[in-house]
Design a protein around this ligand. Sequence first.
Ligand SMILES: Cc1ncc(COP(=O)(O)O)c(C=O)c1O
Length: 428
Amino acid sequence: MKIFHQMESEVRGYCRDYPVVFTRALGSEMFTEEGLRFIDFLGGAGALNYGHNNPLIKQAVIDHLMRDGVLHGLDLHTDAKKAFLGALRKHILEPREMGEYKVQFTGPTGTNAVEAAMKLARKVTGRNDIVSFTNGYHGMTLGAIAATGNSHHRGGAGVALGGTTFMPFQGYFGSEADTIAYIERLLDDPSSGVDIPAAMIIETVQGEGGVNIASPEWMRKLQDICRRHGILLIVDDIQAGCGRTGSFFSFDGMDIEPDLVTLSKSIGGIGLPMAILLMKPEHDQWAVGEHNGTFRGNNLAFAAATAAIEKYWSNGAFAAEVKEKGAIIRQHLQWIKADHPELGAKVRGRGMMWGLDLPRPGMAAEVVNAAYERGLIIENCGSGGSVIKFLGPLTTSVELLEEGLGILREAVAAVAAGVDAKSEASSC
Ligand SMILES: Cc1ncc(COP(=O)(O)O)c(C=O)c1O
């Protein structure tokens, strides 16, 4: 352990909550050099929707390596990229009447896709401002962090963050307040002091912000406001996409047509870095190379992504499975809430993206520790770190799901009883 403390920057985060050395990982389990076994409900913060070392996806990666397929491709045409684009169009875009959307391969992190989306929206509209939402999280580069709410992260920027205006996410002022009416009034009133923005960037389910959910009706009204003012609607599906909420895109079935969509994390199939920006064709106004990057052509990730799409999204079976397992998670979290009415816990989620909000200060961080002590890796997030977030692989078996949720139940009970109170720790 010493070498990590000696050499790794103070910026390291997750590893502080789970201070072991991992050597092996398979599906929804991780193993340490001391032979400990953990159930993984952290899921690479959303990058492991198909599990660690998913055998089928891993085989596609091995095959690509063994045939000396191109690994690093800049934005050159390769057979792996061709196969990925074909699979994306056939299984994801065309069935959703999105076959016309263009695909931009950005640098391979989510934040780079967000940068591309924000830059493109400004270029297309000729406007400066981007509206983002309270508790929104879009990444750590300067454009994306300006659209991120969390003051801890914003504080790391070191420069004034500008070009963004924050509006309230659905429910921010409680269930009674009409946040859409508030946004509408500010944008309709030429004397509100709020400039008409180039775009609005939104997560339909806020991940790092605490599993806050925008309803289809709210999203439709938001889109109406955007359309009336010529504002582009960017859905940041980096965490909530790739099946997490029970369908491939988190906005499926909402009857909205985002102008731009960002995807990363699990698009790379097996945790390999990859990010894309989808755009309606009329917005593809980039000049050649205007937003480029050395690592836009991670062909191993393309091979993995193609295998994942073909395996899990060629029919509706996987989505149905995610919804069924989501119901199990919800049930367990409701049981935990019912076990401890004094905690005032709230349960929120869609598909297999769930949050248990424990408003007592510091409690969620204590539960993360207590769960870790019992063999479960799970993170806390949200304002003040009060939300325990489930992001375990979508491929987690029902048996493992029940086992991990059982551990979580024990951990909450132990912390509630004052057995496991520990120092505060928060990873997001
Ligand atoms: C919704 C959303 N957007 C953007 C990002 C940034 O992605 P990355 O960490 O790969 O830069 C994240 C990361 O958690 C995210 O959840």
